[in-house]
Design a protein around this ligand. Sequence first.
Ligand code: HEC
Ligand code: HEC
Length: 358
Amino acid sequence: MVSRGMRSRQLARRAAGLGALTAALLMGRAQAGPVRVPDPLSLEYPGRKAATPARVELGKTLFFDPRLSSSGTVSCATCHKQELGWSDGRRYSVGVSGRPLKRHTPHLLNLAWQKTFFWDGRATSLEEQALGPLENPDELDMPIHTLVPKLEAVPGYRRAFGEAYPGSGITARNVTNAIASFVRTLVSGGAPFDRYQAGEQAAMSPAARRGMDLFYGRAACSTCHSGPHLSDGKFHNTGVPGDDRGRSALDRVGEFQMRPYPFFQTQKAFKTPGLRNVALSAPYMHDGSEPSLLEVVRFYNKGGKEKESYGLALDIRPLNLDEPQIADLVAFLEALTAPVNVTPPDIPGDPTHQKGMP
Ligand code: HEC
Ligand code: HEC
């Protein structure tokens, strides 16, 4: 058991860290403090090209351009819609093939600090991740070696790549680097939760404050949803039913010592999603099986749905919260909302975009 004093010290430490986060996000640059949150543009990714405003802008254009799909009708933004918290409101999204995807579309917020991507963490950089939807015949169906010559045929892209990547221009690496650079700028901060941590008492309702105490206390949500982005970046089995083996499908016997998670601990384990703006991106979980935040909290309150599941995380157990406490937790999750909106770009050579590059 954690003593009351220890718990309030922990809460105070967290609060101090989150205050620094808010300040850093508001000021848009790195701050010294318990949680150091650099400007995503200044983050260093060993072996990768650093982001510049020109690369971010180019990545945004690519993200919204349906010419990145074989049908010319689907873009990254088809499934990752900003008005729906960068997800698309469906249980399973549909790309060029019309076949529903096997997993639910996650949001894209505060990924600059994550180390692995996809629900099972199979990509280790956002550059590598971007190749996934491009090559998947059910998503964009546009392998990178087909895409590069297609972009070269558009004068506006030749110019934009020349400016963003002097000397190398349109290459596979630069295409994925530009997209990744844009995704890293999707950062949500300054939510009621952050303003409360920064000392603005009225920013969070009494219900949300009670929910926060449960989240960091009795309900132990913060064992996995930790830190400023509310994710530990690790894989856990929370008792979502189904046949998807999650992380364990990546692990191989004999190879497991190379990996941080031995295969037997990763049965049906999925990456802890960050919870920033989670109120905007229903439905939830890797299979989109929970339609609302209320249902998610009820799911946890029951100790998950697949209680006998092999590898079920120790922290998943019935919480015995009553309905008002469940509502308080939902109010807390809603207090993590600070929408991230971007101005849709001009698509080069697209006549529907008047200001577009030629
Ligand atoms: C047809 C719908 C669809 C399209 C189009 C699509 N995505 Fe996704 N995206 C998904 C789904 C579904 C997942 C989860 C797949 C999984 O985990 O196996 C995902 C996962 C991701 C992730 C990982 C998020 C995390 O938390 O790990 C990122 C980043 C991402 N997509 C970016 C993009 C980019 C960039 C593009 C365009 C190049 C794109 N997506 C196109 C549906 C889509
Ligand atoms: C043992 C680690 C762990 C604990 C404890 C935990 N979570 Fe989660 N949470 C996860 C993982 C892993 C997922 C994704 C599960 C999946 O898709 O199968 C998740 C998913 C979610 C989602 C859905 C997010 C989305 O974008 O789909 C919400 C909301 C959430 N958790 C809130 C909570 C709350 C509230 C609590 C406390 C009552 C809590 N979690 C406790 C690990 C945990």
